[in-house]
Write a protein that binds this ligand. Structure first.
Ligand SMILES: [Zn+2]
Length: 504
C-alpha cells in the first residue's frame, strides 16, 4: 500500500504553478444556445491558438446533465468524447468538520477503511481490478467532503459502479483490520505533519484562526484522539453518512446520459437510503477581534517563511460578488510573476525568493485568503512582512486599476479554457461545489459572475477583509538563524490540507 498526498508531495513546479493560479477555477460548461455575452466578448482577448483550443473543447464537450435516483443519489454527467476514458467519482457530503468532538480524524480513517472490502469483494479486489485494467484510483478527505475516484477505459464504467455501490452499504470492518490501519494513519500524521515544520505551522495557524469553527481541527486528526479511534466510531460514522441521499456521483468522459442513467439505476439504484444525516449545522466562527501571530522554530527549517491567513467568506457564504472579487484581488496581489507582490518583493526590491497570495474559497463555511513570502539573501522575515504590509496598505487605500482588473479577468478566461480541457478537473470542480452547498448552475454561472466584478467591488473586499484583526500570521524560522542558507525558489506554504491517499 502506498500513500500519496495530492498537493504537498507534488512536483514543486506543479505546486508553484497551482499556487500561481490563485484563481482556482470552477469548471464551466456552456450550452451553445445560452452562450453568455460576456464569454463571447472574452474570446476577443484570446490569442488565435487559445480561440482554436476553446472551439475544439466546445465541439467535443456535450452538455452537462444531471438527475436524481429514487434513493436520493444525485448524478452529474459531464460528456467528453475526445478519448474512450471515463472518470468515475463518488462524493460524500461529509468531511472532518462534521466529526463529533473527541473523534478527530474519523472521516479520514474511514476513507482508509473503505478499502477493506465487502462480503462480495474482499479486501484488495477493487484496487486490483482497477490496476488490472490499467486504471487509476484515489481517494481524499477534506473538511467538507470525502471522495473516491477511478479513471478507467469507458467500457469498465459499469464494473466501477458495481464496486463503488457495493461498498456504499456492505463494508465489513473487524478489529483485525481496524487496529493495523489505525497505525497507518498515525504514521501518516507523523510523516506529513509531525516531521514537517511547514505543515505544523499551517496546522497551528488554522487552529488559531478558527477559535470556534471545526475548521481549526486538522483533517487528519489530533494524535491523542486518533490513537483511540475504534471500530464502533468508524461504523457509526459510516452508517450515518455513507448513504445515497448524502452522496453525489460524477461521471465525466466518453459516456451518454442515457447510458449513465441505466447503469446507475442498476447499481447505485439498488442501495437503500441507509440514514438521514440531516442539515450540516456547525459551530460558527465569531467576528475576530485581534491580530494573532504564531511562531515555529525548528532545526529542520532551512528556508524561513511567512504565511498569513485572513478569515473571509467562502463561495458558499459570500454575498453578491464578494467571493469573485476576492479571487480577483488574490490574483492582482499575488497570482504569479506579474502580481504586485512578485514585482515589488522579488523583482524591484530583490528581498524575496517568492511571494504570493491565493483565495481558498471552496468551503461550506468560512473561506481563507492567504498571503506568503520567503526572504532571499540577507533579507529578514521582518522585511518581507513590512513589504507585504505596504502592498496591502496600498491596495486598501488606493484600490486597483481598471487595467489590472481586465488583465486578471483575462487570466481567468484562459484558466477556464484550460480546465474545461481536463476531464478529471471538471469532475472535481462539480463534485467539490455540490458537496459544499452550491448548485450546478452556480458552477456554470461562475465565469459570468467573474466578468461582472467591478473595480469598486474588488476595492470594497480589500478594505473589508484585509484587516489585521481578521488574520493570523505564521512565522517559520530556523532554530539557529545564522546557519540557515536562504534557498532560492523555495516552496510556498501549501494550500489548506486535503488529506489524500491512494492504495494499491
Ligand atoms: Zn490517508
Amino acid at each position: 500500500m502506498t500513500m500519496r498526498r495530492i498537493l504537498r508531495r507534488g512536483h514543486p513546479a506543479l505546486l508553484a504553478a497551482l499556487l500561481a493560479t490563485s484563481l482556482t477555477l470552477p469548471a464551466m460548461a456552456e450550452t451553445a444556445a445560452a452562450k453568455p455575452a460576456a464569454q463571447a466578448d472574452a474570446a476577443k482577448t484570446l490569442s488565435p491558438t487559445e480561440q482554436a483550443a476553446e472551439k475544439k473543447v466546445e465541439e467535443k464537450a456535450g452538455e452537462i446533465d444531471n438527475f436524481t435516483l429514487a434513493n436520493g443519489l444525485q448524478v452529474v454527467v459531464i460528456p467528453d468524447h475526445r478519448a474512450p476514458i471515463v472518470t468515475h467519482m463518488i462524493w460524500y457530503k461529509v468531511g472532518a468538520a462534521d466529526e463529533k468532538p473527541g473523534v478527530s480524524g474519523i472521516a479520514h480513517f474511514l476513507e482508509h477503511l473503505m478499502f477493506k472490502g465487502t462480503k462480495k469483494h474482499p479486501e484488495g479486489e477493487f484496487s486490483r481490478a482497477v490496476s488490472d485494467i490499467g486504471g487509476q484510483e484515489n481517494a481524499f478527505t477534506t473538511q467538507d467532503y470525502t471522495a473516491y475516484f477511478q479513471q478507467v477505459a469507458a467500457d469498465h464504467l459499469e464494473e466501477m459502479m458495481r464496486f463503488e455501490a457495493d461498498r456504499m452499504e456492505n463494508l465489513i470492518l473487524t478489529d483485525a483490520q481496524i487496529l493495523p490501519e489505525r497505525q497507518v494513519i498515525i504514521e501518516e500524521r507523523r510523516m506529513r505533519i509531525d516531521n514537517n515544520p511547514q505543515a505544523q505551522l499551517s496546522e497551528s495557524v488554522d487552529a488559531t484562526l478558527f477559535a470556534n469553527s471545526p475548521y481549526g481541527i486538522p483533517v487528519i486528526g489530533w494524535r491523542s484522539e486518533m490513537e483511540k479511534l475504534s471500530r464502533d466510531d468508524a461504523i457509526a460514522f459510516y452508517d450515518k453518512y455513507y448513504t445515497p441521499n448524502n452522496a453525489t456521483l460524477i461521471v465525466a468522459g466518453d459516456v451518454t446520459t442515457d447510458e449513465v442513467k441505466r447503469l446507475a439505476e442498476e447499481t447505485y439504484g439498488k442501495v437503500p437510503r441507509r440514514a438521514d444525516p440531516g442539515a450540516r449545522v456547525r459551530p460558527q466562527e465569531p467576528e475576530p477581534l485581534a491580530a494573532r501571530t504564531v511562531t515555529l522554530k525548528d532545526d529542520q527549517v532551512t528556508q524561513p517563511s511567512l504565511q498569513r491567513t485572513y478569515l473571509v467568506p467562502s463561495d458558499t457564504t459570500a454575498k453578491g460578488h464578494e467571493s469573485e472579487a476576492l479571487d480577483i484581488l488574490a490574483d492582482i496581489l499575488g497570482g504569479g510573476t506579474t502580481s504586485r507582490f512578485y514585482r515589488s518583493l522579488v523583482v524591484e526590491q530583490g528581498i524575496a525568493a517568492g511571494a504570493g497570495a491565493y483565495y481558498a474559497g471552496t468551503a461550506l463555511n468560512d473561506g481563507q485568503f492567504m498571503v506568503y513570502g520567503m526572504p532571499r539573501g540577507s533579507a529578514t522575515i521582518a522585511e518581507i512582512e513590512a513589504a507585504i504590509d505596504a502592498e496591502i496598505a496600498k491596495v486598501v487605500n488606493d484600490g486597483i486599476t481598471p487595467d489590472e482588473l481586465e488583465r486578471a479577468k483575462n487570466r481567468v478566461r484562459k484558466a477556464v479554457i484550460f480546465e474545461r480541457d481536463n476531464q478529471a478537473a471538471m469532475a472535481r470542480r462539480y463534485g467539490a461545489a455540490l458537496s459544499t452547498g452550491r448548485s450546478i448552475e452556480d458552477v456554470e454561472k461562475w465565469p459570468e459572475r467573474i466578468e461582472a466584478v467591478t473595480v469598486d467591488e474588488v476595492n470594497a473586499v480589500a478594505r473589508k477583509y484585509l484587516e489585521a484583526k481578521r488574520s493570523v500570521t505564521g512565522y517559520l524560522e530556523p532554530t539557529h538563524p545564522s546557519s540557515a542558507p536562504a534557498a532560492e525558489g523555495a516552496m510556498p506554504p501549501a494550500p489548506p490540507p486535503a488529506v489524500s491517499q491512494s492504495q494499491s
